[in-house]
Design a protein around this ligand. Structure first.
Ligand code: GDP
Length: 311
C-alpha cells in the first residue's frame, strides 16, 4: 500500500540517520547513559532544530532519567517526539479552496529555493485530486524559469499562462487570474521571481502582483507561501524573516529535505515565525511534494515506526 509515512521516512533519511546513529543505531530497549545523551544533543543541534528545542528535549529526557533508575532508548525517543509535537502544535497548514473564483496561491522565495518545481508538483497534486489548475509563470525576469515551468506543464499535462521574458509580472498574473476565473479553474498557482536587481525591486514586484490581483479579488492571493530551501538549514531563517517582514506571508513550503541532514530547521523556523507549513519537498518526483504532517515528520526524524511512540 502507498504509505505517506514512507515518503516522509525516505525523504528525511539523512536527518534521521545522524540522530539515530547518535544513540547507537536506534531508540531501542538499551538504557541510555550520559555520554549517549551528549551525542544526541550534538546531533539534534547539528540537524538545526535550534538551541531552545534541543535543550527542551534534553531537559525532559534528563528529568525522566532522574525519575527512573534506567531510561530505555525508546523512552528517550518517545520523549523527544512528544516535545517536537508540542513545539510544532498548530504548524500543519491545510489549503482551503474558495467557491466561485480561483483560489490563488503565490509561491515566493529566492532563486533556487524550489518555487518553479513546487508550482509544478503542487499543480500535479491538486489536479490528481480532481481540481482544475492553472499555472502562471510570473518569473519574467528569468527566461529559464518560464521555460522550466512550461516544460513541467507539458510533462504533467497542466495548463499554463506565461508572459514573455521581461514582461510585467503583475500583468501576467492578472491575465492568468482572468483566464482562471473565466474558465472556472479551482486554483491559480503563481510562480514569482526570486531575484531582481535589488531586494526592494523584488518586494515591489511582489507587492504589485498582489495589488493588481486584489483589485479584482480582495482576498487574493489567498496563500502567499514562502518556498524555503531546506538544505540551507537554519541559514534560511533570516531569509524567511525578511520576506515575512517586508511582504507578509501566510505559510511555508520547505523543499529539498531529501538532500540534507539539517531537516530540523523547519522546527526552528516555525518556532520563530509561527507560519504554518503547508508542504515538504521530499524528492525530485512530482509525488514527492507532500502535505506537512507533524506526526509523520516527528516519527521520521526520530527513526520511529508509525505510531510506535503513541500511548
Ligand atoms: P526556483 O529558482 O525557486 O524556481 O527553484 P527551482 O524550482 O528551479 O529548483 C531549484 C532546484 O532544486 C532544481 O534543480 C529542482 O529540481 C531542485 N528541487 C526543488 N525541490 C526539490 C526537492 O524537494 N528535492 C530535491 N532533491 N530537489 C528539489
Amino acid at each position: 500500500m502507498f504509505s505517506l509515512f514512507k515518503k516522509f521516512k525516505d525523504g528525511l533519511t539523512k536527518t534521521a540517520q545522524s540522530i539515530v546513529a547518535s544513540v547507537g543505531g536506534m531508540f531501542g530497549i538499551k538504557p541510555i547513559d550520559t555520554s549517549t545523551l551528549d551525542k544526541l544533543e550534538e546531533s539534534l543541534f547539528s540537524a538545526d532544530f535550534g538551541l531552545p528545542t534541543t535543550e527542551e528535549i534534553l531537559g525532559e529526557i534528563r528529568l525522566a532519567m532522574k525519575k527512573e533508575k534506567e531510561l530505555r532508548g525508546q523512552e528517550a525517543g518517545r520523549i523527544g517526539a512528544t516535545v517536537l509535537r508540542r513545539v510544532l502544535a498548530g504548524s500543519e497548514g491545510t489549503l482551503r479552496f474558495v467557491e466561485g473564483s480561483p483560489t490563488v496561491i503565490a509561491l515566493i522565495g529566492v532563486n533556487g529555493s524550489g518555487k518553479t518545481t513546487t508550482a509544478a508538483k503542487l499543480g500535479f497534486d491538486l489536479a490528481e485530486d480532481g481540481r482544475k489548475v492553472l499555472l502562471a509563470a510570473c518569473d519574467t525576469f528569468r527566461a529559464a524559469a518560464i521555460e522550466q515551468l512550461k516544460s513541467w506543464a507539458s510533462r504533467l499535462k497542466l495548463e499554463i499562462i506565461a508572459g514573455q521574458h521581461g514582461a510585467d509580472a503583475a500583468a501576467v498574473a492578472f491575465d492568468a487570474w482572468q483566464a482562471a476565473r473565466a474558465r472556472g479553474f479551482d486554483a491559480l498557482l503563481i510562480d514569482t521571481a526570486g531575484r531582481l536587481h535589488t531586494k526592494s525591486n523584488l518586494m515591489q514586484e511582489l507587492a504589485k502582483i498582489r495589488r493588481v490581483l486584489q483589485k479584482h479579488d480582495p482576498a487574493a492571493p489567498h496563500y502567499s507561501l514562502l518556498v524555503v530551501d531546506g538544505s540551507l538549514g537554519s541559514n534560511s531563517i533570516e531569509q524567511a524573516r525578511v520576506f515575512h517582514r517586508e511582504f507578509g506571508l501566510n505559510g511555508l513550503v520547505v523543499t529539498k529535505l531529501d538532500g540534507t541532514s539539517k531537516g530540523g530547521a523547519l522546527v526552528a523556523i516555525y518556532r520563530e515565525l509561527r507560519l504554518p507549513i503547508y508542504f515538504l519537498g521530499l524528492g525530485e518526483k512530482p509525488e514527492d511534494l507532500q502535505p506537512f504532517s507533524i506526526d509523520n515528520y516527528v516519527h521520521a526524524v526520530f527513526g520511529l515506526e508509525e505510531a510506535q511512540d503513541r500511548n
